[in-house]
Every structure is written in C-alpha cells, then in structure tokens.
Design a protein around this ligand. Structure first.
Ligand code: LLP
Length: 380
C-alpha cells in the first residue's frame, strides 16, 4: 500500500492537489547541497506557482525564473529577492517590462533584437539601466517531446547562435541596457546528461569566440530542464541533482568571477505533488472497463497535451488488480489519464492518486467546461 494520509483526505472535496511539503524540503535541501558553490539556482515559477510552495522554496534562498509580470509580482510577494529574479519570454509587454524595471529584477533574458530596443527605450524613460542576458538558441536537440523542445533553430526562442556576435555589438551601443550574460534553455524533461554535455561544449566555444572580441559575460545561465521519473516516483522521489550539476561543474569553462545560473522547475516540485480524484463511475464497455474520475484535463493537462504518462494508483482499494482506462468527465476524447492501467479493483467513491503532478499540473489548470479549479491540500 501507499503512504498517503488517507484519513486527512476524508471530507476534502475532490479533485485536489496534495503536496508533500516534507518531500519538497528534502528535495530543496539536496538541490542546495549539490549545486555548485557560488552559482544561483532560480526556481522556474511556471512549474508551480502555488503561494504556499513558493514561500517554502524562497526560504531556501533560491532565485526566481519568471515569464510574466504576474509571476514577478508573485515571486516578490513570496519572499524571493528582486535582485535574484530573472525574466524570460519572447513576448514581454511594455507594461511587464516597466514593472520588472521598477521592481529592480536581476536580469532580463532577452529573446530578440526588437525586444532589446524596447527595453533600452523604456529603461531610458525610467532613468535606469536594465541588466540583460541574451537568450541564445544553440541548435541542440534535447530529445524530449517536441512541444517542450526549445533549443532548435525552428523554435521561436532566443537569438540564433550565429547572430550573437552582431547582437552583442548592437547591445554595446545601447545606452540604457547593460549586457550581463548569455542565457540558454534547451528543453524540459531531459533525462540524459548528453544534451547538457553538448550545451557545455557549445557555451565553451561561444565564450572563446566572444573573448576574442573582448566581450566578457558576468553570468552564464544554462536554463532548466532536468527530468524526473514519472514511471517510478517512489524509487526516484528526488531527482539526480548530483549528475546534473556535476556535468556543468566538470565541463563548463567558467571565467574568473563568472556566476553560473540555473533555472530548474519540474525537478524541484514534480514529485511532491499528487492529484487526488474520486471514482464517479465504473463503466464496463464492450472491450474495456472505464474508471471515470472527477478530475479531468482541466485539472491536469499533461496527458491530453503531451501524451504524458503519470503513474496512477487506487489508494483506497485492496481488491485484486484489474485493467482499466482512467478517464475524466470533460467532453473531449483526449480527456484520459491512461489506457490499460493496472489498478486495484475500483468502485464508486474510491480515491485515485495521479502521481508526479507537482509540476505543470496546478499551474496549467483551466476552467474549461466552466469547471471549478482543483483544490489544494498541504501535508503541513
Ligand atoms: N527556463 C526556461 C526559459 C523555460 O522555458 C523553462 C520551461 C524552464 C526554465 C524550466 O524548465 P523545467 O526545469 O521545468 O524543465 N508544460 C510542459 C513543460 C514546459 C516547460 C517550459 N519551459 C510540461 O508539462 O511538460
């Protein structure tokens, strides 16, 4: 049997996200112990911006990786130091840029020449100098789902690596931006270190090239993307931070005084979150049995959007295992959490746990079909 506090779930209306805060703390402790000395780890808020979790994460001294004015405001409210906030995104609005300038964020991760011009003009209006890093598109295949691969030349992200020397020259001519670094993010749910090794080699080459032009960066930001074990969340409750960080420590040729930046999201919060749903009906079809639960793609969009597979358990039944399709109530065929899933025999009222749902679960929930947003229960 599993280790969920089922007594605490009684009387809580389903569906809801259950967060194991003790596991989050253990994950953060491991992350802090393994990250290279002097580096700054920025938590990517997009993975989960639940305020209670943000406060826990901020207390470990992490920085924040934000992609909207809303996330910057949340980060500041939750206790992240403004100087440790980095701000990425291909479509920053004037309002968001002004807000980031007034908060005094640590760095804009700039994704285009056009954006550089706008930040320069708005910083001039505000009478401040904006710190910027250029997001580089390094043409590296992260071998992950195509919707979450970001570092290929056909992706919309960043400035093509071949254009970096020209863009650097352009930035140097702007009066109200200060070039602080280069930024990379090659994709998400990356489970092999090989793409990161390639990234290190690419960065080393770029740094040599820039150095020959007398350009020195203060920050090297390698983004996020470390994957987690969706198949066996209990065996790998905490991701392999040691291999991840060691890859950069060993392979990246940092210059004197340079600071390494990271932006992990999923690897910090994924395994501490579980979506708890209740079985509404068990329906015997012609060839299969359906377990119809009260959570749907509106609560956890990943299976419908990326064909993601999350481990599913019936946490209130000890009956013999049977094979089911586990589906939600939304009027879309893609509203399914899994096909041919082995579950302890299900009946109306049972609680179903959909595991590894702490990242890109609650934060991507929608109100499609005019449904309520999922609830939240914290372990402490
Ligand atoms: N930095 C940048 C610039 C990013 O775009 C992302 C994620 C991260 C950091 C954090 O990546 P992580 O460590 O979480 O992999 N909704 C998708 C994932 C989208 C990731 C978008 N960018 C999913 O559910 O799989």
């Amino acid at each position: 049997m599993n280790s969920f506090p089922i007594e605490d779930f009684q009387g809580v209306s389903t569906p809801f996200y259950y967060y194991d805060v003790a596991l989050l703390r253990r994950t953060l402790a491991e992350l802090c112990a393994r990250s290279p000395r002097g580096s700054v780890v920025h938590y990517a808020l997009k993975a989960n911006s639940n305020r209670a979790l943000l406060r826990v994460i901020a207390a470990y001294g992490l920085g924040a990786d934000c992609v909207s004015g809303g996330e910057i405001a949340l980060a500041v409210e939750s206790g992240f130091a403004p100087g440790k906030i980095v701000y990425s995104g291909v479509g920053k609005t004037d309002r968001e840029i002004n807000m980031a300038l007034s908060v005094g964020i640590g760095c804009f991760n700039v994704e285009s020449v056009a954006e550089l011009g706008v930040i320069d003009a708005l910083a001039a209006d505000a009478g401040v100098i904006a710190p910027v890093a250029i997001r580089v598109n390094p043409h590296i295949d992260a071998h992950t789902h195509h919707y979450i691969t970001t570092g290929l030349s056909e992706n919309k992200f960043g400035v093509d690596i071949s254009q970096i020397p020209d863009v650097v020259e352009y930035v140097m001519r702007l009066s109200h931006v200060r070039l602080r670094g280069v930024h990379f993010h090659i994709g998400s749910q990356i489970v092999s270190m090989q793409p990161y090794e390639t990234l290190c080699a690419t960065i080393n080459k770029l740094q040599d090239d820039l150095e020959s032009r007398d350009v020195k960066m203060d920050y090297i930001n390698v983004g996020g993307g470390l994957g987690v074990d969706y198949e066996d969340p209990d065996r790998h409750a905490i991701p392999d931070f040691a291999s991840y960080f060691d890859t950069f420590s060993l392979r990246l040729k940092m210059r004197e005084g340079q600071i390494l930046h990271f932006e992990p999201g999923r690897s910090i919060v994924c395994q501490c979150g579980t979506l708890i749903a209740r079985v509404l009906y068990v329906k015997e079809g012609l060839n299969k049995s359906f377990v119809i639960v009260d959570a749907g793609m509106t609560d956890l969009m990943r299976p419908a959007l990326y064909q993601a597979k999350h481990k599913i358990e019936n946490i209130t039944s000890r009956g013999p295992e049977r094979v089911y399709d586990v589906v939600g109530p939304i009027c879309e065929t893609s509203d399914s959490f899994g096909s041919a899933i082995m579950l302890n025999e299900a009946q109306r009222g049972d609680l179903i746990a959909i595991r590894s749902a702490g990242a890109y679960g609650e934060s991507m929930a929608s109100r499609y079909n005019s449904r309520d947003l999922p609830g939240v229960l914290l372990s402490e």
